[in-house]
Design a protein around this ligand. Structure first.
Ligand SMILES: Nc1ncnc2c1ncn2[C@@H]1O[C@H](COP(=O)(O)OP(=O)(O)OP(=O)(O)O)[C@@H](O)[C@H]1O
Ligand SMILES: [Mg+2]
Length: 644
């Protein structure tokens, strides 16, 4: 459709086909309760709206749908699959829009609130997901007057609210890109077909070098949409006669500035100006409107060649998208955003700094039940993805630039004034300098002359001093010569003495050596003598020990002999006693004889032999050595007596 056709057919609408004015009112007249499901109280999670496409003429022939809706439960639906292991599955989303729902229903269910937030300075994303032919492009980009899509509605909303906000001024810019076979192409500047994605702390993730065209009305937006649409890749497939072969992203950037300042703010602003700091802040909201290419089964779409290659690339990036959604839903640490250009670009929209609404488009026909199941599962996971949106406030570079420019102009003026003043001052300074230089020159010349005179006197004085010094030096030299001579003599003496000393020391060393040798010899002799003496002593000690043992033995033998002697003495005593008795009996029998015979008692002491010890006959019994005569006589007497 041409731009003019768009303008003429589209502008006066407030709902599908009903008239209104643009931009004075947005394209909204609630046909369902606009408060329904519009809050994002669930921690700013991704909002999921399910839209079921009405059956096509082709589908209608079959007249069956696996989907069941309950008007009393506008956010639930049941999918029946009698042939599957799970025959029916109930799903719950933020909103379920049955085939009869209008574009406005979609808009009010979850798109308008994103735009409202973008106008407050948040980032926002509205993304359409679903199998090929399910109605994504229709929902987002349709520009036919009877069913205006979300992109024109968002643009209309922005310009409507901007024109009705007395407190702020807005500037809006627009970019339009497509990701085709993993290449990012600028649809407003198609030569740029390999743009790169960058990220920085100020802007987050963005497409570097993309054309951002300023837009100030819905008409301009529609114009650029149509331009981009012409450059976007579409193709015929068996599932969609006008199938998108790329993911397309329309980016609307809204910069919001304060129109008026409160007195306190004005004061702060003046102060900041004096200090050369800008306090002007702007809020920047970015709205991403993403029309994804649809997943397709090559069997069903019957795509071959280039179409099949496209389909594989599309399916691959959608798989990565699914993995990122799952990872975010599970709060995984690693989310594979970098695995595809699409997910990298949508990084902030899927769990980052953005308010996101996911429009999931499904077909109602029975033949797409498997794909519908897949889309519903994806949508369920997306319900768990939480975002962390913040208002993007930053320095107003436009105002800052203007301020800096005016300050630079002022500074330039000041600089040129200063330059003029400086050159005048330089001239005056030159004159004054010349006079001062002449004066100073004369003064210095006088000083120099005086210094020269003084110098000459000093030189003369120095000459005379030098003469004295020279004499002193000659005297010193003579003294030095005599000293040197004496030193030489002393050195000779020293050498002689050293030699003598050396000889003496050598002699002493020889003597010491000699002495040491003799001492060693003596020590050896002493040692030998000591050894001999030790040997002798050892043998003497052995002999002594031997003798000691002998003595001990003799002492023992003596003891024994003394005992034997005791025994003999007592025997002798008994013998004497017997003899006495015998004598008595003899005397009694023969008194005369008895009188003639000497008495034993008288003779006892003299007759008993002395007891002596002969060591050389130690082994023999001790011998009683006495005169044998008295004994023999008494024995004879005894024998005679006995015989008698
Ligand atoms: N809600 C709807 N009401 C009426 N017609 C619709 C609706 N949704 C889609 N269609 C029609 O269905 C066809 C396919 O829709 P569309 O091109 O939007 O699908 P798609 O999801 O973008 O597919 P692809 O992924 O292949 O680009 C179009 O002719 C469109 O007009
Ligand atoms: Mg499409």
């Amino acid at each position: 459709m041409s731009k003019n056709a768009l303008k003429s057919n589209f502008s006066p609408l407030n709902s599908e086909g009903s008239p209104s004015r643009i931009p004075n009112s947005p394209i909204v007249t609630p046909s369902i309760n606009s408060n329904d499901n519009n809050d994002r109280t669930a921690n700013d999670r991704v909002k999921v709206i399910l839209r079921v496409r009405p059956p096509t003429a082709n589908d209608e022939r079959k007249r069956t749908s696996p989907l069941e809706f309950d008007p009393a439960k506008p956010n639930k639906l049941v999918l029946h699959r009698p042939d599957a292991p799970v025959t029916h599955t109930e799903f719950e989303f933020d909103r379920v829009l049955p085939p009869g729902a209008t574009q406005q229903d979609v808009y009010l269910s979850g798109v308008k609130d994103v735009v409202d937030d973008v106008l407050k300075g948040y980032n926002g994303t509205v993304m359409a997901y679903g199998q090929t032919g399910a109605g994504k492009t229709y929902t987002l980009g349709n520009i036919q007057p009877q069913a205006i899509g979300m992109i024109p509605r968002c643009a209309a909303e922005i310009f409507y609210q901007a024109s009705n906000d007395p407190f702020h001024t807005y500037s809006v810019s627009m970019s339009y890109i497509q990701i085709y076979m993993e290449l990012i192409q600028d649809l407003l500047n198609p030569q740029s077909d390999n743009l790169v994605i960058r990220e920085d702390s100020g802007n987050g993730v963005f497409v570097a070098g993309v054309q951002e065209v300023p837009v100030s009305s819905l008409e301009e937006c529609l114009h650029y949409l149509a331009v981009g649409e012409q450059n976007r890749a579409f193709a015929f497939t068996h599932l969609n006669a006008h199938s998108s072969r790329s993911h397309a992203v329309v980016m609307l950037t809204v910069v919001k500035r304060r129109r008026y300042l409160t007195p306190a703010e004005k004061q702060a602003e003046k102060k900041a100006e004096r200090e050369g700091v800008s306090t002007h802040k702007v809020k920047v909201g970015k709205l991403y409107l993403v029309d994804l290419a649809g997943s397709e089964r090559l069997k069903k779409s019957k795509s071959v060649g280039q179409r099949a290659t496209e389909a594989r690339s599309i399916n691959l990036s959608l798989t990565t998208l699914g993995m990122c959604i799952s990872a975010r839903a599970m709060d995984d640490k690693h989310v594979p955003f970098r695995d595809s250009k699409l997910t990298r670009l949508l990084q902030e929209s899927l769990g980052g700094n953005a308010k996101t609404t996911l429009l999931v488009n499904v077909a109602s026909a029975q033949e797409h039940a498997d794909e519908t199941m897949q889309s519903l599962s994806f949508a369920s996971r997306a319900m768990c993805v939480k975002n962390k949106p913040v208002v993007n406030e930053r320095v107003d570079y436009k105002i800052l630039h203007a301020e800096l420019q005016s300050r630079m102009d002022k500074e330039n003026d000041r600089a040129s004034h200063l330059e003029v003043a400086l050159s005048k001052k330089e001239e005056a300074l030159d004159d004054a300098m010349q006079a001062a230089v002449a004066n100073e020159k004369a003064r210095f010349e006088a000083i120099i002359a005086a210094l020269q005179r003084e110098n000459e006197q000093r030189v003369a004085h120095m000459h005379s001093e030098m003469e004295g010094v020279r004499e002193l030096a000659a005297h010193e030299q003579a003294h030095r010569n005599s000293l040197e001579k004496r030193i030489k003599e002393l050195e000779v003496e020293k050498a002689n003495m050293a030699e003598k000393h050396y000889n003496h020391v050598a002699m002493l060393n020889a003597q010491i050596a000699d002495l040491l040798e003799r001492q060693a010899e003596e020590a050896t002799a002493h040692r030998q003598a000591a050894q001999a003496a030790a040997l002798e002593m050892a043998s003497a000690e052995a002999t002594m020990a031997q003798k000691e043992a002998e003595n001990e033995r003799l002492r023992n033998e003596m003891g024994k002999m003394q005992q034997e002697m005791g025994v003999l003495a007592s025997a002798h005593k008994s013998t004497l006693a017997a003899l006495a008795k015998l004598r008595q009996s003899l005397e009694a029998a023969m008194p005369d004889a008895a009188a003639a015979a000497p008495t034993v008692d008288r003779q006892r002491s003299s007759d008993l032999p002395p007891l002596t010890y002969r060591p050389d006959q130690s082994r023999r019994a001790p011998v009683l050595r006495q005169s044998s005569e008295p004994v023999r006589s008494s024995a004879a007497a005894a024998a005679a007596a006995a015989a008698a």
